[in-house]
Every structure is written in C-alpha cells, then in structure tokens.
Design a protein around this ligand. Structure first.
Ligand code: GDP
Ligand code: MG
Length: 383
C-alpha cells in the first residue's frame, strides 16, 4: 500500500493537496497538528500533517483482510501467503514513515540554525543550541561561548540522544571550568591573606565570613588586620566582628607599621588583612595600595569583585589591578546578580581563578567555595 504524508498550515490546505495528488477517491487515514519545535516555535504557527492513501488501494487491502479473517480456508497456503504479504506491507509503511520522520527532523534542524551566527552552523543538537542561548542571556563573552560551542560540535553527533548530548555538554563545561576558572585543592601559599577591591563590594563582610569559618569550623588561630583607615566606620565594622567572633584585630595606619603588626601576630595561623576600598579610577589610591602590599612580604592576594557589576565595569576594575602580579578572585553578591557572565569573563580574560562565591549578608553562612557544580548551577538556573 502506498501511503503519503501531506502538510498544510490548515486542514483545508493539506486536504487540498491530498485531492490534487491522489484524486477525489483519496482516503485520509490520519490527521495531526504539528507544533513547531526549537528556537522558532514562538514565531511559527502550528501546521497540519495528513496521512492519506488512494481509495481503491485501501479497498483492495480491506478485501484482502476480510478474506484473511475467514476462520478456515481450503487453501491454507494462499491465506498464509496473503498474511505474510500484508505484514511485509506494514513493515514497509512503517519504514517509510521512519524515513520521512528522519528527513523531517533533518530539515527542521537545518531550518532552525539558518540565519544564526557562524559558530552555530553544523550544530545538530538542540541542547547545544539551548546552551548557546543561555550563555548569551548570561552575558558571557562571545569568544568564550564560541570556543565552547566549537568544542561541543566536535564531541556531539547527530545520533546522540538529548540525554547523551546533555551529558557531553556537562563534561565539556566541567573540563573548561576546571582548566580556566575553578582551582581544585587550593592551598594558600602564605598565612597572610590580603583582600583588595573597589569600595562596597563586600571585602570586610567576606573577611568576617572567612574568619568565622576558619576559627569556628576549623579551629584555626585567626587574626585580622584592618588597614582601611580612610573611614572610622570601616575599622569599627571589623572591630564589631572581632568582638562577636572573638578573633583579635589590629589596626595599621601606615605601611611602615605593617611588618611590626604581622610580627605581633606570629602565633596566628591565618591573618586576614582588610584594605581600604580604593577607587580603581584613582591612581594615587592605587599607589598607596601598592605601598601597603609591598610591606607584606609573604602573601596571597584576593581581589574581591561584585557579581552585580557589568562585564564592562569588571574589565575596567581588573585593568586597574593589573599591577598585582598574582591574585585569586572572590565574587560577592551572587544573590543580587541577574546575570553571571561576568564571573567567567573576568576569570578567563585575566587568567585568574575564582575561589569563593558569596551570596548574602549573613556572617558566617553566606559564603561557599566556588565549584564547577555551583557555577553550572548559576548558569543554568531558570528565569
Ligand atoms: N546581598 C549581598 N550583600 C553583600 C554581600 N557581601 C557583602 N554585602 C553587603 O555589601 C555592603 C558592603 O559590604 P562591605 O563588606 O562593607 O564592603 P567593603 O567596602 O568592600 O568592605 C554591606 O551592606 C554588606 O552587607 C553578598 O554576598 N550579598
Ligand atoms: Mg570594608
């Protein structure tokens, strides 16, 4: 039996095509609405698919079937033959339908990547397209997205199921993040940890969180130094935490006092040093910071950045901190950010790892180690 599929925007249109090709005797076997798939589904109207066959063929088929239904046959071989042939016909039909389905899928895939950026040409997997869209929405830089998509084009195939494709996406993301953003098994080089960054990003709050974590959870001997003497309030803020957490604090007014203060903390296993929130636009302040840093021989530097800053602002900030030979990044306020692209952009562009993420004002709870899972979570969050 020859069966054919017809499509139209409306049932009338599809039926029109059936009549035109199969004549007035055509019989409609099946009709269904096709909802557009993928990226274009919001722009396209649903269409109609009709499976039709020619009337007399169907009649013949019916006659044959009726004959088969007869319980006893004087000609068993004939009946068997006819059953076998009908079964073979069914197989043929289903194979034909399968072929059509495949062809249709290919066409739909092709259609949905047309007019897209060059990097999406040759992407066969919908999950890869979805990832592209998601990263774009998250304001991840184009070159970072392109690298990722190119990599994914290499490892995914047209035959992958959605589940397989998603698994490969996770693997590639994990590898990239571990290579460029996340530092597994970070071990501080020194017991002196200096926190630098723009005003108001959350340096002091983050120091309090970390102090609490190391002192209370890990039982470490922690000390805090405030070198943020621009504002009385800033020193007071850290002093308050010092009292609540029962962690000693010292104030450093001039870089010259730093060495002496560090010496007085020689029994401490971890010293967290708070600096004034310098404006990255003010070179004089940046020079003062350099002086202060020079006074601390041995140190790990943490650049504190807010996830709420735009990529453009983050770039301006990191540019001004370029003079730091080496640093690790802490991203604050992930709870207030609406996009997270800046985290990847800053880290990858400056080739510096992200160590911690903070997600609220609560000391000591709202801080966590940056991890692949956490970042993927941020980037794939709904909404
Ligand atoms: N929502 C939110 N607010 C934060 C976070 N970290 C710090 N803050 C708030 O940001 C403001 C400035 O923090 P502060 O530690 O004084 O910033 P600093 O000037 O860099 O020392 C304060 O109101 C903090 O409570 C965070 O992760 N999420
Ligand atoms: Mg502060």
């Amino acid at each position: 039996m020859k069966v054919k599929k017809f499509y139209g925007e409306t049932t009338e249109e599809a039926v029109g095509k059936v009549r035109q090709e199969l004549g007035a005797n055509a019989i409609i076997l099946h009709e269904k609405e096709i909802l557009p798939q993928g990226i274009w589904r919001f722009f396209k109207r649903p269409s109609v698919e009709i499976v039709a066959a020619r009337e007399e063929q169907v009649k013949n088929q019916r006659k044959e079937n009726r004959r088969e239904e007869k319980p006893i046959s004087y000609d068993k071989t004939n009946a068997a033959k006819s059953m076998a042939s009908s079964r073979r016909n069914d197989d043929e039909v289903s194979k034909e339908l399968q072929d059509m389905k495949k062809l249709l899928n290919t066409l739909v895939q092709k259609k949905s990547t047309e007019g897209f950026p060059a990097v999406l040409q040759g992407v066969h997997q919908k999950p890869v397209l979805d990832l592209y869209k998601q990263l774009k929405l998250q304001d991840v830089q184009e070159n970072i997205i392109d690298d990722l998509i190119e990599e994914l084009k290499k490892v995914t195939t047209e035959q992958d199921t959605e589940k397989e494709a998603n698994k490969k996406i996770r693997q590639v993301l994990k590898l990239k993040l571990e290579e460029k953003v996340i530092m597994k098994d970070f071990k501080p080089r020194s017991k002196n940890a200096v926190f630098v960054g723009p005003t108001g990003v959350g340096k002091t709050t983050t120091i309090a969180k970390l102090a609490a974590r190391y002192a209370l959870e890990e039982g470490k001997k922690v000390g805090m130094i405030s070198a943020d003497t621009y504002r009385i309030a800033a020193v007071e803020q850290l002093k308050t935490y010092s009292e609540i957490l029962n962690i000693p604090i010292k104030i450093v007014y001039e870089p010259e006092e730093m060495a002496e203060t560090l010496k007085s903390f020689s029994d401490r296993e971890l010293i967290l040093i708070d600096t004034a929130g310098r404006s990255h636009r003010n070179m004089e302040q940046i020079n003062e910071l350099q002086e202060l840093l020079d006074a601390i021989e041995d140190k790990d530097i943490y650049l504190v950045l807010s996830a709420t800053s735009s990529t453009k602002d983050l770039r301006a900030i990191t540019k001004h901190y370029e003079f730091l030979q080496d640093y690790k990044i802490i991203f604050t306020k992930t709870d207030e950010a609406t996009t997270y692209g800046g985290i990847l952009n800053s880290s990858i562009e400056n080739d510096k790892p992200v160590l911690y993420l903070t997600n609220g004002q609560s000391v000591p709870d709202d801080i966590e180690n940056a991890s692949v899972e956490k970042l993927i979570g941020l980037f794939t969050e709904e909404g």
